[in-house]
Design a protein around this ligand. Sequence first.
Ligand code: SF4
Ligand code: SF4
Length: 122
Amino acid sequence: MSDSINPCIRCGACCCSFRVSFYWGESDDAPGGYVPHALTVQVTSTLSAMQGTHPVVTRCVALAGEPGRDVGCTIYPNRPAVCREFAAWQDDGLPDPRCTAARERIGLAALPALSHDTSEAG
Ligand code: SF4
Ligand code: SF4
């Protein structure tokens, strides 16, 4: 996938903008869990969060690179479900408002709307 199709590899703003919390059972210290527990912090008895996103959001500890230029998730295959579900675009092709807000925080313009006649390779 080219970066003209996937803008996330030159962004990473959402990884620096929101608390990334999830059910603790996703952590690899739980049966069937996969998110590295060593990179998490306990939020409540049932919620964990990525370090760097709680209690103050600065930057997820798993984010490598320079936000706004060149980034990558160092635990990509094992990232929390909330990260997998965070999309740059909505189903209608418009940029997700949370994505736009995060990008604005680091000085990036909102993504353009996707045209419906564009077929994307997965
Ligand atoms: S803020 Fe949007 S464009 Fe940037 S990494 Fe997150 S989903 Fe991708
Ligand atoms: S786990 Fe990866 S995708 Fe999720 S916030 Fe951290 S760096 Fe971003």
